[in-house]
Design a protein. Structure first.
Length: 79
């Protein structure tokens, strides 16, 4: 009997998934606003599984980090 060959399985998830409701709460947005952002190609990357939309929490975190702004240092002369 020949040895069974194993094929590597693709990594389907890279961390926990969150629903649109959960991500809207994280981003302090309404679900409708998050849906509109997704329709415009804005916001964090998402996955569609059937009709459902999911977000990887790592992608949401990276999206938030991309919005981070560090204010410039103030000097005495800039008042």
């Amino acid at each position: 009997m020949p040895a069974a060959t194993t094929h590597p399985q693709p990594e389907l998830t890279r961390g926990p998934l969150a629903t649109t409701d959960e991500v809207a709460a994280i981003l302090h947005k309404s679900v409708a606003a998050l849906n509109q952002m997704r329709g415009r190609g804005e916001g964090p990357p998402y996955l569609k599984i059937g009709r459902r939309v999911y977000y990887r929490l790592g992608d949401v975190d990276a999206y938030l980090e991309s919005l981070r702004t560090i204010p410039p240092e103030r000097t005495r002369d800039s008042r």
